[in-house]
Every structure is written in structure tokens, then in C-alpha cells.
Design a protein around this ligand. Sequence first.
Ligand code: TMP
Length: 213
Amino acid sequence: MAPGRFIVFEGGEGTGKSTQVGRLADTLSKAGIATLTTREPGGTPFAETIRAKLLAGDHAASGPDAEAILISAGRIDHLDAVIRPALTKGTWVLCDRFTDSTLVYQGRVSGGDRAFLSALNARVVGEAPPDLTIVIDLPAKEAIARLAARPGADGGRWDESSEAGHAAIREAFLDLAKADPARHVIVDGAGDIDAVADRVWSAVQVHFLAELA
Ligand code: TMP
């Protein structure tokens, strides 16, 4: 049995990436591929407790490097208990956020040590980084408008950041994608959900030509 593929969705708050995770899972399932959707921080009971602490800002005072270590502890549990066993069984794993978010939020946004964060990510992920990271890209103004129309969403501490803050997060994700084009694709997140889902599916079909033939 061929191992499953590991696909990550990244992007700022309000870009619609979580919706697109669900849409791609439906499309892959219809194509006869077993899929599992999950998220970070989170994905296991232990990692979900870390998520709650992170979103509440409980560890912000300890600084971004401490926050990244906490997130990484959850990530190791998530990889060991959920992601790697699923991939081994041939299931495709779709994860809402992963290591790029650590480089963006704990690194670029919060000023964590970049070399440390990169080394931490490499240590946690080991030999098997995501096969593809899909960055859902949306101008800051549109992302803020979408967030405003979504009352009570379980957003992060960065939900309330300014337009300049959203723009900086967007740039940071785009920079990571451009620095590693073999494992990243940038998808335009503008327009309705179906249009974006079509763009995501086209990108996945191109990237996994052999597997989806
Ligand atoms: P979201 O998945 O609902 O967008 O929210 C998760 C929040 O966690 C988001 O504000 C980004 C943040 N986050 C980090 O700060 N570092 C990380 O490594 C990850 C995966 C998420």
C-alpha cells in the first residue's frame, strides 16, 4: 500500500483556509482516496489543551520561543498519534496550519529567533515534511471584512490585529512559499468558496499528477 500524502493549508486569519480543508477532503473522498482532516495547534487531546492556552494568550508573557516549544510538544504528539499512523495506512492527511505558522506567528510577528524556530521545526518534523503546503492568499482588507462577518469565530490572538498586521502575516506566508516552491503553492483566496475550491483542486491535481492519475 502506498503511503498517504500530507497536505497543509496555511494563510492568515479570515482567508477561508479551514473551509477549503473540508472542501478538498470531500473532493478527494469522491475520488476514492481515504482522507483525514486535522488542525494545528491541536489534533490530539493533549495538543488541543495547548491550543486553548495559546489562543488565550496564557504563554505570551514567556515569549515566542517558549510558545513555539509548547506548540512543538503538541505537534510531536499530533505527528506520532495521528498524522504518521494515518499516512502509513495510505490515508491522505489534510492539516489546517503546521510549521509555517510557527515561523510566521512566533517568528515574523512576535520576533522569535528565526534560526532556533527553523531548527525546532526541522527537529520536530524530521524526515517527512508536508508533501505540499497550500497558502490561501487574500489581501488584508478582504480578510478583515470576512472576519468581521464571522461573529463568535474561534480565532487566534491575531484576529484583532490591524490591517498592517494582517498584511505582514500575508507577506510572511508568501515569502515562505516563494523560498520553497517545490513544496508550496499559492492559491488566490478571492471570490466565492466554489471558485477557490476549484483552484485548490487544480493545484493538487498538478502536484500529485502520478498519484491522482
Ligand atoms: P486558526 O487555526 O483558527 O486560524 O487559529 C490558530 C491560531 O494559532 C492562529 O492565530 C495562528 C496561531 N498559531 C501559531 O501562533 N503558531 C503555530 O505554530 C500555529 C500552528 C498556529
